[in-house]
Ligand binder design. Sequence first.
Ligand SMILES: NC(=O)c1ccc[n+]([C@@H]2O[C@H](COP(=O)([O-])OP(=O)(O)OC[C@H]3O[C@@H](n4cnc5c(N)ncnc54)[C@H](OP(=O)(O)O)[C@@H]3O)[C@@H](O)[C@H]2O)c1
Length: 279
Amino acid sequence: MSLLLQTPRAVCRRLLRPGAASPLQDRVVLVTGASSGIGAATARLVAAHGATTLLVARRAETIAALADELVAAGGRAAAYPCDLTDGDAVDALVARVLADHGSVDYLVNNAGRSIRRSLAASHDRFHDFERTMAINYFGPVRLTMGLLPAMREQRFGHVVNIVSWGVQLKAPRFAAYLASKSALDTWARVAARETWDDNVTFTNMRFGLVHTPMVETTVEHYRRWPSLTADQAAARVLRALEDRPVSFNVAAGRAGDVLNLVTPRLADFVMHRLDRSGS
Ligand SMILES: NC(=O)c1ccc[n+]([C@@H]2O[C@H](COP(=O)([O-])OP(=O)(O)OC[C@H]3O[C@@H](n4cnc5c(N)ncnc54)[C@H](OP(=O)(O)O)[C@@H]3O)[C@@H](O)[C@H]2O)c1
């Protein structure tokens, strides 16, 4: 990437200390949704960069096996099974993690679920709106709120939220999913303005399509779209952890931002037509 497009922090680090160790070295990094896809690939990468890697997901055996794999490769890792939609379980997770590690330096709010369903097919499915908010918004907010006091106390912390380019494009059939991701995106932007003095920062990663189990059922529909592998997405998460930019965006997402700002009615028309044409 051109140096001009990088944050001042990244430029200084790369120009002044090109061979230096990753800022993640010997830090504590908690990754949610570490049992699969982007989260598992991110966990492997941050462990390889010297971080103590804490793995969170519901599938206890899967994250335990990944922790064993990371330790066998010479890293430090531990598995913390948790259903992030269960508020009491999140509070217990926070208590355990703080007792074991004192604080978390980097948090990757990656666990999530997507639902692609039109409003017409959703009238008897209010639970779709509730369950996307539960895992994509309330879970990460509760976890972040639990870990934030220790970050502020130590005057360092960085939170990466895996959201979606859809928060910019506002794509039809994704109302439940994108409203919950937009809520997290906005929450982090507000939080960053309150934690500025404490050196606690936030990145919203507005990914486009990534080939993971989450998109298996719709992958045929989007086969002509540009996409990343989970490893490629993880490399971008690693870069966001190290450089702490405000956001990561893809070109189509930025175009969506501009179109929605400058000519929102035309944006509605274009998205409606694209949806009708099956694109
Ligand atoms: N794939 C894409 O095209 C794409 C694009 C933009 C953004 N994203 C976002 O990227 C993130 C990762 O998704 P992915 O594509 O890597 O999908 P994935 O392979 O299906 O991974 C989803 C992860 O979330 C965890 N999870 C789901 N519900 C949970 C719960 N209640 N409690 C704890 N963990 C839970 C799952 O673990 P367990 O089942 O073990 O709990 C799994 O590890 C998501 O937030 C997604 O919205 C994906």
